[in-house]
Design a binder for this molecule. Structure first.
Ligand code: SAM
Length: 251
Protein backbone atom coordinates (compact mmCIF):
# COMPACT_ATOMS: atom_id res chain seq x y z
CA UNK A 1 0.00 0.00 0.00
CA UNK A 2 1.83 3.16 -1.13
CA UNK A 3 1.66 6.15 1.23
CA UNK A 4 1.88 8.65 -1.60
CA UNK A 5 2.70 8.68 -5.29
CA UNK A 6 6.19 9.96 -4.50
CA UNK A 7 7.08 7.61 -1.66
CA UNK A 8 6.45 3.87 -1.36
CA UNK A 9 5.49 2.35 1.95
CA UNK A 10 8.61 1.28 3.85
CA UNK A 11 8.64 -2.36 4.90
CA UNK A 12 10.78 -3.29 7.91
CA UNK A 13 11.51 -6.92 8.86
CA UNK A 14 13.39 -7.67 12.06
CA UNK A 15 14.78 -11.12 12.85
CA UNK A 16 15.72 -11.84 16.45
CA UNK A 17 15.73 -14.61 19.04
CA UNK A 18 13.99 -12.12 21.35
CA UNK A 19 11.01 -10.85 19.35
CA UNK A 20 9.48 -9.36 22.52
CA UNK A 21 12.46 -7.02 22.70
CA UNK A 22 10.97 -5.20 19.71
CA UNK A 23 7.69 -4.38 21.50
CA UNK A 24 8.52 -0.64 21.69
CA UNK A 25 7.89 -0.51 17.94
CA UNK A 26 4.20 -0.50 18.83
CA UNK A 27 4.60 2.79 20.71
CA UNK A 28 4.92 6.48 19.98
CA UNK A 29 6.03 7.72 16.59
CA UNK A 30 6.82 4.32 15.05
CA UNK A 31 3.64 2.80 16.47
CA UNK A 32 1.57 5.63 15.01
CA UNK A 33 3.29 5.28 11.63
CA UNK A 34 2.39 1.57 11.68
CA UNK A 35 -1.22 2.33 12.53
CA UNK A 36 -1.37 4.90 9.75
CA UNK A 37 -0.01 2.35 7.25
CA UNK A 38 3.09 4.47 6.56
CA UNK A 39 5.30 1.52 7.44
CA UNK A 40 4.83 -2.24 7.49
CA UNK A 41 6.80 -3.76 10.39
CA UNK A 42 7.18 -7.53 10.69
CA UNK A 43 9.00 -9.20 13.58
CA UNK A 44 10.35 -12.74 13.14
CA UNK A 45 11.60 -15.27 15.69
CA UNK A 46 14.81 -16.83 14.37
CA UNK A 47 14.02 -19.99 16.33
CA UNK A 48 11.07 -20.61 13.99
CA UNK A 49 13.70 -21.39 11.35
CA UNK A 50 15.54 -24.04 13.35
CA UNK A 51 15.23 -27.74 12.49
CA UNK A 52 15.95 -29.47 15.81
CA UNK A 53 13.67 -29.93 18.80
CA UNK A 54 15.86 -27.69 20.99
CA UNK A 55 15.48 -24.87 18.46
CA UNK A 56 19.25 -24.35 18.50
CA UNK A 57 20.61 -21.12 17.03
CA UNK A 58 24.26 -21.21 18.16
CA UNK A 59 27.34 -23.38 18.46
CA UNK A 60 30.95 -23.13 19.61
CA UNK A 61 33.33 -21.01 17.53
CA UNK A 62 35.75 -22.66 15.12
CA UNK A 63 39.26 -21.94 16.30
CA UNK A 64 38.20 -22.09 19.93
CA UNK A 65 37.68 -19.32 22.40
CA UNK A 66 34.87 -18.24 24.69
CA UNK A 67 31.24 -17.67 23.75
CA UNK A 68 29.00 -19.01 21.03
CA UNK A 69 28.44 -18.06 17.40
CA UNK A 70 25.06 -17.97 15.66
CA UNK A 71 24.56 -20.81 13.17
CA UNK A 72 24.32 -19.92 9.48
CA UNK A 73 21.45 -22.33 8.65
CA UNK A 74 18.61 -20.65 10.61
CA UNK A 75 19.77 -17.25 9.36
CA UNK A 76 19.91 -18.50 5.77
CA UNK A 77 16.40 -19.97 5.98
CA UNK A 78 14.92 -16.93 7.74
CA UNK A 79 16.38 -14.44 5.27
CA UNK A 80 15.53 -16.59 2.22
CA UNK A 81 11.93 -16.75 3.37
CA UNK A 82 11.69 -12.99 3.99
CA UNK A 83 13.39 -12.09 0.71
CA UNK A 84 11.17 -14.49 -1.22
CA UNK A 85 8.03 -12.84 0.14
CA UNK A 86 8.27 -9.74 -2.04
CA UNK A 87 10.51 -9.75 -5.12
CA UNK A 88 9.22 -6.31 -6.14
CA UNK A 89 11.08 -4.47 -3.37
CA UNK A 90 14.76 -3.54 -3.06
CA UNK A 91 16.01 -4.81 0.29
CA UNK A 92 18.87 -3.57 2.42
CA UNK A 93 20.03 -6.14 4.97
CA UNK A 94 21.13 -4.22 8.06
CA UNK A 95 23.40 -6.21 10.36
CA UNK A 96 24.18 -4.40 13.62
CA UNK A 97 27.70 -5.13 14.86
CA UNK A 98 30.35 -3.22 16.80
CA UNK A 99 32.71 -3.93 13.90
CA UNK A 100 30.44 -2.19 11.38
CA UNK A 101 30.60 1.26 9.84
CA UNK A 102 29.29 3.87 12.29
CA UNK A 103 25.55 4.40 11.73
CA UNK A 104 24.86 8.07 11.00
CA UNK A 105 22.05 10.40 9.95
CA UNK A 106 23.29 9.97 6.36
CA UNK A 107 22.40 6.24 6.51
CA UNK A 108 19.01 7.12 7.99
CA UNK A 109 18.32 9.65 5.22
CA UNK A 110 19.32 7.19 2.50
CA UNK A 111 17.28 4.31 3.91
CA UNK A 112 14.24 6.54 4.37
CA UNK A 113 14.21 6.85 0.57
CA UNK A 114 14.17 3.08 0.10
CA UNK A 115 11.34 0.58 0.40
CA UNK A 116 12.70 -2.30 2.49
CA UNK A 117 14.96 -2.75 5.52
CA UNK A 118 15.68 -6.17 6.97
CA UNK A 119 17.48 -6.34 10.32
CA UNK A 120 19.48 -9.38 11.41
CA UNK A 121 19.90 -9.05 15.18
CA UNK A 122 22.89 -11.00 16.40
CA UNK A 123 23.47 -12.29 19.92
CA UNK A 124 26.37 -14.09 21.64
CA UNK A 125 29.61 -13.51 19.67
CA UNK A 126 27.66 -12.59 16.56
CA UNK A 127 26.48 -14.31 13.37
CA UNK A 128 28.64 -16.74 11.33
CA UNK A 129 30.38 -14.44 8.83
CA UNK A 130 29.33 -16.53 5.83
CA UNK A 131 25.77 -15.25 6.26
CA UNK A 132 26.87 -11.68 5.46
CA UNK A 133 29.17 -12.95 2.70
CA UNK A 134 26.42 -15.01 1.05
CA UNK A 135 23.67 -12.39 1.21
CA UNK A 136 26.16 -9.71 0.21
CA UNK A 137 26.33 -11.41 -3.19
CA UNK A 138 22.55 -11.20 -3.56
CA UNK A 139 21.49 -7.92 -1.95
CA UNK A 140 22.99 -4.84 -0.33
CA UNK A 141 24.30 -5.71 3.14
CA UNK A 142 25.13 -2.89 5.59
CA UNK A 143 27.01 -3.85 8.72
CA UNK A 144 26.56 -0.88 11.05
CA UNK A 145 27.61 0.01 14.58
CA UNK A 146 25.78 2.26 17.02
CA UNK A 147 29.07 3.30 18.59
CA UNK A 148 32.27 2.14 20.16
CA UNK A 149 30.83 -0.07 22.88
CA UNK A 150 29.46 -3.59 23.01
CA UNK A 151 25.78 -4.35 23.52
CA UNK A 152 24.39 -7.80 24.30
CA UNK A 153 22.41 -8.00 21.06
CA UNK A 154 21.39 -6.24 17.86
CA UNK A 155 17.81 -5.47 18.98
CA UNK A 156 18.60 -2.12 20.55
CA UNK A 157 20.43 -1.15 17.36
CA UNK A 158 17.46 -2.26 15.24
CA UNK A 159 15.17 -0.09 17.39
CA UNK A 160 17.51 2.90 17.14
CA UNK A 161 17.98 2.63 13.37
CA UNK A 162 14.26 2.07 12.77
CA UNK A 163 13.33 5.17 14.77
CA UNK A 164 15.97 7.30 13.07
CA UNK A 165 14.71 6.24 9.63
CA UNK A 166 10.97 6.32 10.30
CA UNK A 167 10.97 9.87 11.69
CA UNK A 168 12.37 11.03 8.34
CA UNK A 169 9.54 9.55 6.28
CA UNK A 170 7.18 12.11 4.78
CA UNK A 171 4.18 12.78 7.00
CA UNK A 172 5.48 10.90 10.06
CA UNK A 173 6.58 13.91 12.13
CA UNK A 174 3.87 16.40 12.95
CA UNK A 175 6.10 19.37 12.21
CA UNK A 176 8.39 18.40 9.34
CA UNK A 177 10.27 21.68 9.84
CA UNK A 178 11.87 20.23 12.97
CA UNK A 179 13.85 17.71 10.89
CA UNK A 180 15.60 20.54 9.04
CA UNK A 181 17.01 22.04 12.25
CA UNK A 182 18.03 18.74 13.80
CA UNK A 183 21.59 17.81 14.61
CA UNK A 184 23.23 16.33 11.47
CA UNK A 185 20.33 17.31 9.17
CA UNK A 186 21.44 17.64 5.53
CA UNK A 187 22.28 21.25 4.66
CA UNK A 188 23.79 23.73 7.06
CA UNK A 189 23.40 21.33 10.06
CA UNK A 190 25.15 18.43 8.30
CA UNK A 191 28.30 18.64 10.44
CA UNK A 192 26.70 20.27 13.46
CA UNK A 193 24.86 19.29 16.62
CA UNK A 194 21.92 21.41 17.69
CA UNK A 195 22.43 24.09 20.33
CA UNK A 196 20.46 24.44 23.59
CA UNK A 197 16.66 24.72 23.54
CA UNK A 198 14.29 26.38 26.03
CA UNK A 199 10.60 26.66 26.79
CA UNK A 200 8.43 28.45 29.36
CA UNK A 201 8.77 29.85 31.98
CA UNK A 202 11.33 32.57 31.07
CA UNK A 203 12.84 32.36 34.59
CA UNK A 204 13.23 28.97 36.31
CA UNK A 205 15.21 28.43 39.54
CA UNK A 206 17.09 31.63 38.92
CA UNK A 207 18.02 30.63 35.37
CA UNK A 208 16.91 32.89 32.51
CA UNK A 209 16.14 32.03 28.93
CA UNK A 210 18.65 33.84 26.66
CA UNK A 211 17.22 37.29 25.90
CA UNK A 212 17.53 36.90 22.13
CA UNK A 213 14.96 34.07 22.13
CA UNK A 214 12.37 36.41 23.70
CA UNK A 215 13.11 39.21 21.22
CA UNK A 216 10.75 38.04 18.48
CA UNK A 217 13.47 39.01 15.99
CA UNK A 218 13.54 36.03 13.62
CA UNK A 219 16.86 36.92 11.96
CA UNK A 220 18.71 37.39 15.24
CA UNK A 221 17.24 34.18 16.65
CA UNK A 222 18.33 32.17 13.61
CA UNK A 223 21.84 33.63 13.75
CA UNK A 224 22.09 32.90 17.50
CA UNK A 225 20.95 29.31 17.04
CA UNK A 226 23.51 28.69 14.33
CA UNK A 227 26.25 30.26 16.44
CA UNK A 228 25.26 28.05 19.39
CA UNK A 229 25.28 24.96 17.16
CA UNK A 230 28.83 25.80 16.05
CA UNK A 231 29.93 26.45 19.61
CA UNK A 232 28.45 23.22 20.93
CA UNK A 233 29.93 21.23 18.05
CA UNK A 234 33.34 22.80 18.63
CA UNK A 235 33.35 21.96 22.35
CA UNK A 236 31.51 18.62 22.37
CA UNK A 237 32.13 17.09 18.96
CA UNK A 238 35.38 18.42 17.53
CA UNK A 239 35.66 15.14 15.61
CA UNK A 240 32.85 16.35 13.32
CA UNK A 241 35.23 19.04 12.11
CA UNK A 242 38.15 16.69 11.71
CA UNK A 243 39.66 17.47 15.09
CA UNK A 244 40.55 14.86 17.69
CA UNK A 245 38.23 14.81 20.70
CA UNK A 246 40.00 15.34 24.02
CA UNK A 247 38.89 11.83 25.03
CA UNK A 248 38.72 12.69 28.71
CA UNK A 249 36.76 9.71 30.03
CA UNK A 250 36.30 11.37 33.42
CA UNK A 251 33.88 13.94 31.95
N1 SAM B 1 31.98 -10.38 19.71
C1 SAM B 1 31.43 -9.21 19.12
C2 SAM B 1 32.53 -8.17 18.94
O1 SAM B 1 33.39 -8.08 19.78
O2 SAM B 1 32.47 -7.42 17.96
C3 SAM B 1 30.35 -8.62 19.99
C4 SAM B 1 29.09 -9.39 19.95
S1 SAM B 1 27.80 -8.62 20.87
C5 SAM B 1 28.05 -9.29 22.47
C6 SAM B 1 26.36 -9.41 20.31
C7 SAM B 1 25.57 -8.65 19.28
O3 SAM B 1 25.20 -7.38 19.81
C8 SAM B 1 26.27 -8.33 17.99
O4 SAM B 1 26.24 -9.42 17.10
C9 SAM B 1 25.45 -7.17 17.47
O5 SAM B 1 24.27 -7.62 16.85
C10 SAM B 1 25.06 -6.45 18.74
N2 SAM B 1 25.91 -5.28 19.06
C11 SAM B 1 26.77 -5.18 20.09
N3 SAM B 1 27.36 -3.99 20.11
C12 SAM B 1 26.86 -3.29 19.07
C13 SAM B 1 27.10 -2.00 18.57
N4 SAM B 1 27.98 -1.17 19.14
N5 SAM B 1 26.42 -1.60 17.48
C14 SAM B 1 25.55 -2.43 16.90
N6 SAM B 1 25.27 -3.69 17.32
C15 SAM B 1 25.93 -4.11 18.40
Amino acid sequence: MPTSNAHPQLRIDIVSIFPDYLAPLELSLVGKAREAGQIDVRIHDLRDCTQDRHRTVDDTPYGGGPGMVMLPEPWGDALDSILGSDPSRTPVLVVPTPSGERFTQAHAAKWALGDWLIFACGRYEGIDSRVMEHFGERIHVAEVSLGDYVLAGGEVAALAVTEAVVRLLPGVLGNSESVVDDSFAPGRMADLVEGPVYTKPPLWRGLEVPEVLLSGHHGRIEAWRLEQAHERTRTRRPDLHGETPSGDMAD
